[in-house]
Design a protein around this ligand. Structure first.
Ligand SMILES: N[C@@H](CCC(=O)N[C@@H](CS)C(=O)NCC(=O)O)C(=O)O
Length: 336
């Protein structure tokens, strides 16, 4: 849905259309970067930017995990959108007066419009908004977390881990590429397929990749090196949604993650690491997917299961060694 359709109050077909046309992920239109040297006009500054997320969204959740692990909570404030969008997309109906208290806006599209009137794409999270001008800076989900790890270092907490270590970048990039294509985005290709063959191809890709990654993780605690990296964050945000929404709603149902002993233990290990599980909200996740994608779930009924209690059971992965934060330390527990 573009800005004109929103202004006309149209029932934008974005979400209801899923399952009726071939699914293709759009490129992020706003790809400016917030950097240490401010070369795009957006220098890293404490308190200047606001990260807008939905707790339902796997792409936004990457940024939430990175922000926690790196201790950027005070430097980069957080706006959480209602998991249920209306025809004007993401909105701040969880906040008093239905407005984000810092940006003063009711809909995320207002920040997009402040940046560029009538831009051609949709409104998406994660988004970084410049607080003084109210303008969207970037919605480039692939870049945001890499920049938090490598450009925001002056504002990292003491003991913050290096999530994108220089010597391992090629390996991290290569692992993330397959995970993106077949898992992060693969589940969407399966779920929003409009033809049987399109679904089957995507679903096969999902499970082929899960098997490969499961083998990789059988004798190593994390995906690359012996610490947590960006690759683990990107895999985690898909894994934690798998049994709750991708298995049923997206029909990726050859088996559940909880039925693969290696992946299930790996996922729980991360979930129980400070900065991962404390960003997860299964209520937002389930309500968003099942209620918003009416094209593939017309009744909007949200399933009761699965029972989340399993996530906190012992995982036994400590025996594989490694140090989750390398020379660093875990973030402090979340304060209510
Ligand atoms: N910016 C990318 C990726 C981020 C993304 O897809 N975020 C989802 C939420 S998980 C979103 O905001 N979609 C727009 C919508 O649901 O209206 C895109 O537009 O495809």
């Amino acid at each position: 849905m573009n800005a004109t359709e929103r202004d006309e109050g149209s029932q934008g077909d974005g979400n209801a259309a899923y399952g009726h046309k071939k699914f293709k992920r759009s490129k992020s239109h706003f790809a400016d970067r917030v950097t240490a040297d401010g070369r795009d006009g957006w220098p890293v500054e404490p308190g200047r930017y606001r990260l807008v997320v939905s707790l339902a969204c796997p792409w936004a959740s990457r940024a939430l995990v990175s922000r926690r692990l790196l201790g950027l909570e005070d430097a980069l404030s957080l706006a959480v959108a209602d998991p249920i969008q209306d025809d004007r997309s993401w909105r701040f109906t969880l906040d008093p007066g239905d407005r984000d208290p810092v940006l003063g806006i009711r809909y995320l599209h207002e920040a997009y419009d402040a940046r560029e009137r009538d831009y051609p794409g949709g409104v998406s999270v994660p988004a970084i908004v410049d607080v003084p001008s109210g303008k969207l800076v970037t919605n480039d989900f692939q870049r945001i977390t890499l920049d938090l790890a490598t450009e925001w270092t002056a504002l990292h907490r003491p003991g913050a881990p290096d999530l994108y270590p220089e010597p391992l970048r090629d390996e991290i990039d290569s692992v993330m590429e397959g995970i993106y294509r077949d898992l992060n985005n693969g589940v969407y290709r399966a779920g929003f397929a409009s033809e049987q063959s399109e679904y089957e191809e995507a679903c096969r890709d999902v499970f082929r990749r899960l098997e490969e990654v499961s083998q990789r993780l059988a004798d190593r605690r994390w995906l690359v090196g012996d610490t947590i990296t960006e690759a683990d964050i990107r895999f985690f945000t898909t894994l934690v949604r798998f049994d709750a929404v991708y298995h049923g709603h997206f029909k990726c149902n050859r088996y559940k993650i909880s039925e693969d002993p290696v992946l299930w233990a790996y996922a729980r290990d991360l979930y129980q690491t400070p900065g991962f599980g404390d960003t997860v909200n299964f209520d937002h996740i389930k309500r968003h997917y099942y209620q918003v994608h009416t094209g593939i779930n017309p009744t909007g009924i949200v399933p009761l299961g699965p029972d989340p209690a399993g996530w906190t059971t012992p995982h036994g992965r400590e025996d594989l060694g490694g140090r989750p934060f390398g020379d660093g330390t875990p973030p402090d527990p979340v304060t209510p």
